[in-house]
Design a protein. Structure first.
Length: 342
């Protein structure tokens, strides 16, 4: 019989990820949600009743608990490095909010703590690598069916996040002291991770611009558009916003190669491929597989075999480096080369 993996969730600032993760853990027969922690006593009371688990406002006590194997850190980005380092030093595996830090110096400190402790670190932005949709995209891209990948675009039209369900205002998401940026980084970091993983390449340069199109007084951007050059020579567009109208949420992915193109669009729910050399030449369409993955199974697999980890703390560092380079490029109006790990 498999020994259940014991999870604890520390911080619900990023509740969009933390609450679904809690539900996924509770639904998994090989996992246990030992407890939750948050600095807000009101949140703790609400969540312990909702999930039927113990809760505390003392984050360190839950991190130190001998009954916990994995700490999922969903505090705000400014607090995350400290939580991750504390968890690593306590010998806990980690699922981390995205991005993992505000600066590369903080990210490097997390890398050192994770490496020294020998624990698994699963970046929040990398969990979707295991989704059915991304696994299908990877299969198509890596099979050579599209030829050499030369370009693509990733677009997410979203709305301003809420600091808590059914509450107005972005809270920490709109505070430049607590987060790297606004509408762009919120989702672009997933797309950067997906590009690096799909192509097995590095981002060699990035440029772009930010703006406030809908929320003019917001201290962070609600619109960002990047042009990314990969080490294999391909060029990609990444546009992410909080400036869509209510109900206008949409994600679109296009990847174009020398022999074919694929396109996925949440507004239609369709997965489309142009494959002139395929069994059915021309455009074919079918229902898109799910892009949902909370990372529970991925953590199980990595604990059983660290070589099976879908991503590491180094991926989190590299994704952050690209995001930092984007904001530098947007401020300076220049093309920027992301920092490299040492």
């Amino acid at each position: 019989m498999t020994t259940p993996v014991r999870f604890a969730i520390v911080g619900f600032d990023h509740w969009y990820s933390a609450i679904p993760l809690a539900e996924a853990i509770l639904a998994d027969s090989n996992s246990v949600l030992v407890g939750i922690a948050d600095r807000s006593a009101d949140r703790v009371a609400e969540l312990t009743e909702r999930f039927g688990v113990d809760g505390t406002t003392d984050l360190s006590s839950l991190i130190a608990s001998p009954d916990v194997d994995v700490i999922a850190s969903f505090v705000s980005v400014d607090e995350n490095p400290g939580i991750c380092i504390e968890a690593a030093r306590a010998g806990k595996h980690i699922i981390s909010i995205k991005p993992l830090a505000l600066t590369l110096e903080e990210a490097d400190a997390v890398r050192t703590a994770v490496r020294d402790a020998g624990v698994i670190f699963l970046p929040g932005e990398s969990r979707s690598r295991t989704s059915d949709q991304n696994q299908l995209i990877a299969q198509i891209v890596r099979s050579g069916r599209l030829g050499d990948i030369r370009s693509g675009s990733f677009t997410l039209s979203g709305i301003l996040p809420s600091h808590w369900p059914d509450h107005d205002g972005p809270g920490w998401w709109g505070d430049p002291q607590r987060t790297l940026g606004g509408g762009w980084v919120d989702h672009a970091i997933y797309q950067i991770d997906r590009l690096r993983w799909l192509l097995d390449e590095d981002v060699v340069s990035i440029s772009g611009r930010t703006a406030n199109l809908m929320h003019r007084d917001l201290p962070v951007e609600d619109y960002g558009h990047a042009i990314v050059e990969m080490s294999g020579g391909g060029v990609f567009s990444i546009e992410d916003t909080w400036s869509a109208p209510d109900g206008g949420w949409r994600i679109s992915t296009t990847i174009a190669g020398t022999e074919g193109i694929l396109h996925v669009d949440t507004s239609t729910g369709r997965f489309t491929i142009f494959d002139p050399a395929g069994r059915d030449p021309g455009w074919i369409q079918f229902a898109s597989p799910s892009d949902y993955s909370e990372g529970v199974e991925a953590m199980h697999a990595a604990i059983s075999d660290p070589q099976a980890a879908i991503a590491t703390v180094d991926d989190a560092f590299d994704n952050l480096a690209v995001c930092i380079a984007f904001y530098e490029a947007a401020r300076s109006g220049s093309v920027v080369v992301p920092a490299r790990r040492t």
